[in-house]
Each structure stands twice: as C-alpha cells, then as structure tokens.
Design a protein around this ligand. Structure first.
Ligand code: IMP
Length: 204
C-alpha cells in the first residue's frame, strides 16, 4: 500500500502552507476530507501539544495505516495573559469574522505602548505513526500586535501580527516568506526532519 500522510485539518489555508513545506518529502499529503474522514474531534486538551495529539490520534484510529499529522496553533498576546492562546479559533465565536476578532484585539490594546504589545504565534505539530507511537514538535514566531489591520495575505490574525525585523505584518508577507519564518513552518520542518529520520528519504 502506498505510504501517505494525512493531515488532520479541514482548513484549506493551512493545507496550502502544509503542502508547500512537506512536498519535497515526495509522498502525497491528503487533508482529512480528501482521505474521506469526517469526524468531530473534541479538542479538550490544555496545551497546543495536547490538542495536536488528540486530533492526530482521533484520525489515526480511523486511518491506522497512514502517517497522521495534526497541528494546533494560536496567538499568545502577553498583555492579555497569553490570550487567546489555545482558544484562538474559538475566540469571540467560530463564526465571527477575523476582521471583527482583529478589531477586538486592537481595541483591547489601544494606548498600550510598543514594548508591552509583544505576542507570538505558536504551533504544535503531532504525528501518530502506524505503529501507534507519537511525536510532537513546537514552532514559534515572535512579534507584536500592530496598531491597525494591515495586509490581505495569510489568514486569521495575520493582519495584526507585526514582525519588527521585517517591518510588516504576516498578512503583508508573501506565502513563501511567511512559511520561512512562521511557527507552522518551523514546526513542520522539524516534523519533516523526524519523518526523514524515521523512514529514510528513499523508504518514504
Ligand atoms: P487551530 O486550527 O485549532 O490550530 O486554530 C488556529 C487558530 O489560531 C486559527 O484559526 C487562527 O485564529 C490562529 N492562527 C494560527 N496560526 C495562524 C497564522 O499563521 N496566522 C493567523 N492566525 C493564526
């Protein structure tokens, strides 16, 4: 049976980023939907790592022969005690637009000085292998909450996440640059290394 990676997400924006990074492994990467899995997963972990493994394990129970990956990610704003954190997607309601969510955070940080606007994107990626073992890695990117909504690239909180070294938000970056710097890029490359080491490039 052909080896494949199934990524436990239904988010098409994420799938684009994931494919760009994992494509040179030379094995096909399927989304959960493409693999025909349609299950509700309750993310009741207390950390990004726990939630990523919960998702990967849930899909691995259905697709026992596949390498199942999952990520859990979010934005930590230091001034707000690391909110929204693991609740980033659910913050203010799943169906609320990011334009509204982003404006809520801009309002909450109104008048807060530059040095207290520090924030980071965090991404944990978990892999569950056909033998039932699991591995989890974490990537982060440090930045600050911007003063306005800037840029139309990316998704979610990208237009308010300012990266001082580049003088722009991740919403203003090309997908290639964002992948190079981003929490998900860092975590996925760490996971790619684990996959290469576990299976060897040829074996994959
Ligand atoms: P997850 O799908 O449970 O990992 O939720 C991730 C949520 O965190 C997304 O819905 C966004 O709200 C936020 N987030 C994670 N990564 C990014 C990113 O790269 N850009 C913008 N927002 C992100």
């Amino acid at each position: 049976m052909e080896k494949r990676i199934v990524f436990a997400t239904g988010n098409q924006d994420k799938m684009k980023e994931i494919r760009m990074i994992l494509e040179d492994l030379g094995i096909p990467v399927y989304s959960m939907k493409e693999a025909g899995v349609n299950i509700e997963i309750v993310e009741d972990g207390t950390s990004f790592e726990e939630n990523a493994e919960i998702k990967a394990r849930a899909v691995s129970r259905v697709l026992k022969n596949d390498i199942v990956l999952a990520d859990d990610s979010g934005l930590e704003i230091d001034y707000l005690d690391k909110a929204p954190g693991i609740y980033s997607a659910r913050f203010a309601g799943e169906d609320t637009s990011y334009d509204v969510k982003n404006r809520i955070f801009l309002d909450r940080l109104e008048g807060v000085p530059e040095e207290e606007r520090t924030a980071r994107f965090v991404c944990a990626v978990a892999a569950v292998f056909p033998d039932g073992t699991a591995k989890t890695v974490r990537g982060t990117i440090e930045g600050r909450i911007a003063h306005e909504i800037l840029g139309e690239n990316g998704f979610g909180y990208d237009p308010i996440f300012y990266v001082p070294e580049y003088g722009c938000t991740t919403g203003e970056m090309s997908p290639e640059l964002k992948n190079k710097l981003s929490h998900r890029g860092i975590a996925l490359r760490a996971m790619r290394k684990i996959l290469e080491e576990k299976y060897g490039k040829e074996a994959l």
